[in-house]
Ligand binder design. Structure first.
Ligand code: R5P
Length: 280
């Protein structure tokens, strides 16, 4: 049975349809002091818990869901974490820092037999789980909403996203790839160093794993506009779109924004359910 967290309801429904499994009845409650409680109805032997950890509360909720299904008789638990929060804190960057994603992974390992997670920021984070954990690559699906593009360039805003850009280009079936160089000064301050690629009159598809504050993408869009790009599309696996990110991109002049349903937002045009179903 598919057991949905509050953050992944549309994806859980899509996954149930894709795999022919039933959806378990689940309810979510929050007490006046902020503490949470989930309740899960009858589940069968194998429970597939699906929940993106987009906030501290959703981490707690996922731990509760895992515990509730075990308490309710499931003997095998697979945890699907479409968006794994804290994945960008994958090392102690300064003395005294935690490896935050390792702490989260260890806690989540206690309640499951297996983990699947979609395009984690670095696939190496899977090794932090104490149970088998596999990354699922859904990047090719990002090509689905792209309509006819003029002389397309698939551009990564930093070298780390180059492989994603290549995958989307390959799935689209036409175009070049390139990447900018990014220097991050703080959570909301980045410098973008353009590449030599000519963008004049071309359609550019910016590809990244996460759009969080939108700073990386809006800075990239500004550079592309200065250089005469035709239409600029932003596409990403995880459309976190925190705070005013959507507005920032619109004001920067983006033509369209597409993301997947690992995080459920109005721009979640693509479902990762088929990629997950294949792996399940
Ligand atoms: C970081 O390396 C990630 O790949 C993204 O580029 C980053 O999370 C985007 O963050 P923001 O939207 O806040 O610039």
């Amino acid at each position: 049975m598919i057991v949905s967290g509050s953050t992944s309801q549309a994806l859980a429904v899509a996954l149930a349809a894709e795999t022919g499994r039933e959806l378990a009845p689940v309810s979510f409650e929050q007490f006046p002091d902020g503490e949470r409680k989930v309740n899960v109805g009858e589940v069968d032997d194998h429970a597939i818990v699906v929940a993106s950890t987009v906030s501290d509360g959703s981490h707690v909720e996922l731990l509760q869901l895992q515990d509730a299904v075990r308490e309710n008789g499931a003997s095998e638990i697979t945890t699907v974490i479409p968006y794994l929060g804290y994945a960008r804190q994958d090392e102690a960057f300064e003395t005294g820092d935690p490896v935050s994603v390792r702490a989260m992974a260890r806690a989540l390992s206690t309640g499951t037999d297996r983990v699947l997670t979609v395009n984690p920021h670095e696939t190496a984070v899977c090794a932090f789980f104490d149970v088998p954990a596999e990354p699922v690559d859904a990047a090719a699906r990002l090509a689905e909403p792209l309509e006819s593009l003029t002389d397309p360039l698939f551009l990564a805003p930093d070298s780390g996203a180059t492989e994603l850009a290549e995958t989307v280009r390959d799935a689209y079936g036409d175009g070049e790839t390139d990447h900018f160089e990014k220097t991050r000064h703080s959570g909301t301050d980045v410098d973008i160093e353009p590449s030599d690629a000519s963008v004049d009159g071309r359609d550019v598809v910016l590809v990244d794993d996460i759009v969080a504050t939108g700073t990386t993408m809006s800075e990239s869009i500004a550079v592309l506009n200065d250089r005469g790009a035709r239409e600029i599309t932003v596409t990403c696996i995880h459309p976190l779109l925190a705070a005013n990110a959507h507005l920032k991109l619109a004001r920067a002049g983006v033509e369209a924004i597409y993301g997947t349903d690992t995080i459920e937002r109005p721009v979640s045009a693509v479902s990762v359910a088929p990629a997950l179903a294949e792996r399940l």
